[in-house]
Design a protein around this ligand. Sequence first.
Ligand code: GLN
Length: 533
Amino acid sequence: MTKYIFVTGGVVSSLGKGITASAIGQLLKSRGLKVFMQKFDPYINVDPGTMSPLQHGEVFVTDDGAETDLDLGHYERFIDENLNRHSSITTGKIYQSVLKRERRGDYLGATVQVIPHITDQIKKKLIDVARHTTPDIVITEIGGTVGDIESLPFLEAIRQARRDFGLHNTLYIHNTLVPYLKAANEIKTKPTQHSVKELMSLGIHPDMIVLRSEKKIDQSVKEKIAMFCDVANDAVFESVDVEVLYEVITEMYKQKIDLRILEHFQMESKKEADVKPWFELIDRIKHLEGSVNIALVGKYVKLHDAYLSISESLKHAGYFHKKHINIKWIDAEKVDQSNIKDVLKDCQGILVPGGFGSRATEGKLAAITYAREHNIPFFGICYGMQLAVVEYARNVLNIKDANSTEIDPDTKEPIISLQRGRLSDEDLGGTLRLGLYTCEIKKDSKAYKAYGKNMIEERHRHRYEFNNKYLEAFETSKMMISGFNSKHHLVEMIELKEHKWFVATQFHPEFLSRPLRPHPLFRDFIEATIKHN
Ligand code: GLN
């Protein structure tokens, strides 16, 4: 029987309960258990695919092509497991399937209601995740804060889960904030008491409480909370602000939260928790020497979360090379040929990430020209690759009208365009290419040097593709098509032969980088920027 951990949050949002949940996941995994993670998101969108990156942050893509919340990126980076579409459930998805069944007549004339139909559909997602991935433990984070109207059906479903699955197969962990009042020099427990009361009024009695705090929390305070919130004295944990994100893992380890969880589940640990690599990583991060400046030239730079996996991947590569990465966030709308030199002069590397639409593309093109002409390490991702191809076609191959049909639908030279029917017989216009695709890498390339093999798989999220009508023009040039999918005849990677490091990918390598295992392309990009220093 799969065991379920339900993680809720109270008092305020942005408590980092996803981080706590993932840290617990990593600890349990390091004890030899198979851990899987899931997020229940109360919003009504079916998925974040259509939400503005400026509001919602990046869209994280799984192997099987689900467009999900950025929290899944944290989960994958912490527990080092590839998640899938069962990991990301929204109110929109739940209602979509219930309404589909209602239209089909599956409910046989019954009045369709939140309880039991919506809650049953939510519980089905708990069972699905166990059936499809057969984990020992599933950790399900409930988005939002207890007390929100939107999350009520999810909370009701997890309440019922204890009745359905049993006491020792379910565990509720509630995360709350304990604010520190400077004037009183005191840590306040009342908001936590209220939040737990609220949770209990919904029928959920937390088994454990994790307290987020700026300051260390005395045992006496924990005992007070244990008493008022009716949990065991040894079931109150603290999550104090840390310097390095991954210290959440080692701090949870020191408090033995994993052992307490196994005790509740009446499970044996398969082995001692192996947290040594995390202690080493934290130590490494605290002793970085020197730094490199990386320009990230994008359209959504006002919200750094819009590029979360990219900035994390850059950091992973920095840890590997023991260097700080200073990201210079450059709004592509504010740069052009006239000021690009000033803006980029102190950068050792330039990265143009993914994006959509025609706005801000001129600024990105200017940055690409600058990187190419000045031999500055360049990394293009998705739209970054498409624009690198357009830039090269215009300025080197002399195809002056070269463009992407995303920018100019009537361009005479559609170097990047929709490749209808290439993935299957159906008309693919308007559909994104999502999830894992294989790519063959040319032997004499920087890409091959990075990966050390010629077949790879990477995750995609884009609509437009390199137009193969121009393949020959490129193949006889100094821009190499270094990665290709021969099943669907799609260009996946390009690079410049006579350049320090100018590599661009149609896929999103940032979704596969992990703190203990930096992605090879990010690793080599940062190496090139260090040498360029
Ligand atoms: N807008 C481009 C496309 O749809 C690139 C997408 C991206 O960068 N993720 O193909």
